[in-house]
Design a protein around this ligand. Structure first.
Ligand SMILES: [Zn+2]
Length: 61
């Protein structure tokens, strides 16, 4: 995924910054505790496609 893309992406809900997951398959919004999938390098910024973070992930710094 293009790192520059990450700079322009924001959470569709809170408009906050997103963090690319370590395995680069998800974009995480800590404020909403949601993870948006990245499919074939394309971020899917839809709340309906997002996964809710589990407790461990929420506590991860
Ligand atoms: Zn958010």
């Amino acid at each position: 995924m293009d790192p520059k893309l990450l700079d322009i992406l924001a959470c569709p809900l809170c408009k906050g910054p997103l963090k690319l997951a370590n395995d680069k398959t998800e974009l995480v919004c800590k404020a909403d505790a949601l993870a948006f999938p990245v499919r074939d390098g394309i971020p899917v910024m839809l709340e309906t496609e997002a996964r809710t973070l589990n407790v461990d992930e929420r506590l991860d710094k």
